[in-house]
Ligand binder design. Structure first.
Ligand code: HEC
Ligand code: HEC
Length: 207
């Protein structure tokens, strides 16, 4: 866990350096509001970590193409307010106006969610599939593929990201919807950390 955060931190420090200098350059040219920045121009800033079109190729940053608009906007707002814990997105999300977040959402919602190339333990994934059906399928439909329930996309998301995120939910650092919190707690009480591992292996195995 620790080393994962350090990895994220190192990747991020490098990207941010690039980010702040280009932001300064833009400020000099356009001292007033940056009207007219197209959605794809805004989205370019995200590519460094989330990959082209939100199809992140590195496990430290989640894949963000293809989410529902509601989930995307609520998550960005959650980062900005601090309600959703983050290593980096809190600072980034604060830098955008409501309209810009709306434009970014429209852009990324139209992109495809490209599943991560990663392998999962097949036996563990089988157990995870059963746990998913029992505890999670109700709101993460089609084995976590669907974006329509405004709950993000789990199938094919990077396993290290899901691992960190589920740990945040379990600790209560990120507030899950009430019913999800209940199911997650129940699953953890019954199946322990092995149950969480099985779920992650299942999502990692989905393409
Ligand atoms: C420096 C790297 C970096 C940059 C640049 C970056 N992100 Fe992120 N993003 C992350 C990381 C890491 C996370 C996981 C949360 C955290 O630790 O901050 C994340 C999480 C997210 C999530 C939540 C994904 C989920 O599954 O809930 C969204 C949405 C997102 N970023 C959107 C954006 C947008 C839009 C931009 C550009 C305006 C952007 N990010 C720029 C690194 C970055
Ligand atoms: C009652 C509906 C519901 C149930 C049941 C549910 N979830 Fe969720 N889940 C949501 C919603 C809504 C969100 C997004 C909004 C939020 O975070 O508040 C979410 C978000 C998530 C996220 C964050 C996705 C991201 O990209 O950051 C993960 C991971 C997750 N759920 C895993 C699970 C797992 C694992 C289970 C089963 C143990 C589960 N959920 C059960 C509704 C549910």
């Amino acid at each position: 866990m620790e080393s994962r955060f350090m990895l994220t931190g190192m990747l991020i420090a490098g990207t941010l350096l690039g980010l702040s200098t280009s932001a300064l350059a833009a400020d000099k040219k356009k001292p007033a509001t940056m009207t007219g920045a197209s959605a794809s121009m805004l989205a370019n800033t995200c590519n460094g970590c989330h990959g082209p079109n939100g199809a992140s190729v590195g496990p430290a940053s989640p894949i963000i193409g293809g989410f529902s608009k509601d989930y995307f906007v609520e998550t960005m707002e959650g980062f900005a307010s601090g309600e959703i814990p983050s290593t980096i997105m809190g600072r980034i999300a604060k830098g955008y106006s409501e309209e810009e977040i709306d434009a970014l959402a429209d852009y990324f919602v139209k992109q495809k969610f490209v599943p991560a190339r990663q392998s999962g333990d097949a036996k563990l994934a089988k157990k995870g599939a059963k746990l998913h059906d029992k505890y999670c399928e109700k709101c993460h439909e089609d084995g976590g593929v669907s974006a329509e329930d405004d709950a993000g996309i789990l199938a094919g998301q990077w396993a290290p990201y899901l691992d960190m995120t589920l740990a945040d939910f379990l600790k209560g650092d990120r507030q899950a919807p009430k019913k999800m919190a209940k199911k997650l707690k129940k699953l953890h009480e019954k199946e322990g950390d092995a149950g969480i591992k099985a779920l992650i292996a299942y999502y990692a195995s989905r393409k």
